[in-house]
Ligand binder design. Structure first.
Ligand SMILES: [Mg+2]
Length: 278
């Protein structure tokens, strides 16, 4: 029986994974991505904590020929408008998390004694976000353009934060701690978004065997890395490298885009996939 062709879906975190932590460069991974796309051997699917606005902006610098992408840490999937309808309606956006307006409605419903300790992006002007984050004005504006997560500064006590967690937990939200900012978010995760996309594409490509590859460097990437057919942990030269005991998870030999190229090339060789030399 002839072997069915393989099609790779490469789910990749951006900062510290496809992009160098410091320079934000994707070199030399950008060349491999261009070749994989030109030869239709793989779909590259960014999976990031960034907003969609931030990702589109980044795309002007880094060639990311993506059709699908996942933003706000798994909360939102973007895809072609006609990919397949949801409830009979064409939809370019699938929200796995809680839609932004609903999050803001829940914040508005928080009792005033706790609400006064919350300063969310929605409460802040672009200038204030730029001041608080150190982002340039335009970058702050793209960071403010949110779809399913709300960063906020917290000015209350730890016990009051516990009380807030209990209240918003009832509404299907949770609080994640970032650096300075906390995040109000639903329960969507990067691995859920990956599974959704794998199923969608497998349904559209019955002629192929779909192989998923996931690469990331953060604790919030680990479930996605472990859920893929091939998982790749990217070493973190300045901090703690995440770990997995799963046999199908490897750690790249180098951090950032150089390690990205080595790991993807290695996996392709194991699968017997060869790039045509141009
Ligand atoms: Mg990262």
């Amino acid at each position: 029986m002839p072997k069915r062709p393989l099609h790779l879906l490469i789910f990749t975190d951006l900062d510290g994974t496809l992009l160098d932590h410091k320079s934000y460069s994707a070199k030399p991974a950008d060349r491999l991505i261009a070749t994989l796309s030109a030869q239709a051997m793989a779909d590259i699917i960014p999976v990031t904590s960034k907003t969609y606005s931030e990702l589109l902006w980044l795309k002007q610098d880094v060639p990311l020929p993506f059709v699908f992408c996942v933003t706000e840490n798994g909360s939102v999937i973007h895809r072609p408008v006609d990919y397949f309808p949801i409830n009979g309606e064409p939809s370019p956006v699938v929200t796995l998390g809680v839609p932004y307006q609903e999050i803001l409605n829940q914040v508005a419903a928080v009792p005033p004694a706790l609400r006064r300790h919350i300063t969310g992006f929605a409460d802040m002007s672009v200038e204030q976000i730029a001041d608080a984050t150190g982002l340039a004005f335009d970058d702050a504006s793209r960071a403010k353009d949110r779809q399913a997560t709300e960063p906020f500064l917290w000015f209350g006590s730890d016990s009051e934060l516990g009380a807030l967690q209990a209240i918003i937990g009832e509404a299907g939200l949770r609080i994640q701690r970032g650096g300075r900012f906390y995040h109000l978010t639903g329960h969507a995760t990067k691995d859920q978004a990956m599974n959704f996309i794998v199923k969608s594409i497998a349904g559209q490509r019955p002629d192929c065997d779909i192989i998923s590859v996931a690469l990331g460097d953060g604790p919030n990437d680990l479930a996605m890395i472990e859920a893929a057919d091939f998982g790749v942990i990217m070493p973190n030269p300045d901090g703690v490298t995440i770990e997995s005991s799963k046999a199908h998870v490897r750690t790249a030999s180098r951090p950032g885009p150089e390690g990205w190229v080595r790991a993807v090339t290695e996996i392709m060789a194991e699968l017997g996939l060869n790039l045509r030399q141009s």
